[in-house]
Design a binder for this molecule. Structure first.
Ligand SMILES: Cc1cc2nc3c(=O)[nH]c(=O)nc-3n(C[C@H](O)[C@H](O)[C@H](O)COP(=O)(O)OP(=O)(O)OC[C@H]3O[C@@H](n4cnc5c(N)ncnc54)[C@H](O)[C@@H]3O)c2cc1C
Length: 188
């Protein structure tokens, strides 16, 4: 497809010159946990991936993530558990206490980690071949063969169609298609 067929829109509807253009097979908007995991998995699988986020480093937040159950199995299968566990606190017993009384106990492998540390750790696992574009996405144009993502800074990311990659993404999150926890967007 020609440059003219995939361009940043302007109010007059004619193509706008762009200062930066990235080509990718898979473009991921949002480098939180979901997008960073997808970038790590797809990049390791050899796909030409661009990850776009407003922040080069996920901003610190007073927010702790608990990893347990299926999440641990999935991260282990993706080969990402060891590096996350190294940055997290492991515990095996949770007491549910109400008004001084233990209501219940649950047992099993679990990890607690600050969210920005979790995202940082996963981003560190993203292969260097994956492009990280720092910018705010303002527009997405989709088509049967090419998708075009526009950034506030005039940058553009073109992504080709790649069904295999999309299936990998869904597997990565272990969700049925359209599941509610797909917050980051994959364009394929
Ligand atoms: C306080 C709290 C505690 C939680 N605890 C748990 C827990 O213990 N266990 C659990 O499983 N879940 C927990 N959750 C839920 C879990 O954290 C979320 O489901 C998960 O963080 C979502 O990740 P995400 O990557 O989809 O979104 P986010 O981490 O929000 O990432 C979205 C990314 O998109 C980027 N972005 C947004 N708009 C644009 C744009 N226009 N252009 C470019 N980039 C953009 C942002 O910069 C951001 O980096 C908790 C949530 C909260 C708020």
């Amino acid at each position: 497809m020609s440059e003219a067929a995939c361009h940043a829109p302007d109010p007059a509807g004619s193509p706008v010159a762009t200062s930066a253009r990235h080509e990718a097979d898979v473009a991921i908007i949002g480098g939180g946990l979901a997008g960073s995991l997808a970038a790590a998995v797809l990049g390791r699988a050899g796909h030409r991936v661009t990850l776009i986020d407003r922040h080069a480093v996920y901003p610190p937040e007073f927010r702790v993530e608990k990893l347990a159950g299926d999440e641990i199995g999935l991260l282990r299968r993706l080969g990402l558990l060891d590096c996350i566990a190294a940055s997290a606190n492991r515990y095996e017993q949770v007491l549910n206490v109400r008004r001084g009384r233990v209501i219940d106990r649950t047992y099993g492998e679990q990890y607690g980690i600050l969210y920005h540390d979790l995202v940082r750790t996963v981003r560190e696992q993203i292969p260097s071949a994956v492009d990280l574009v720092v910018g705010r996405v303002t527009d997405v144009q989709t088509g049967p063969e090419r998708q075009c993502i526009t950034l506030a800074s005039d940058g553009v990311v073109d992504a080709t169609s790649n069904t295999e990659a999309a299936l990998l993404w869904i597997e990565c999150l272990n969700l049925p298609e359209g599941g509610q926890r797909i917050v980051a967007t994959l364009v394929y």
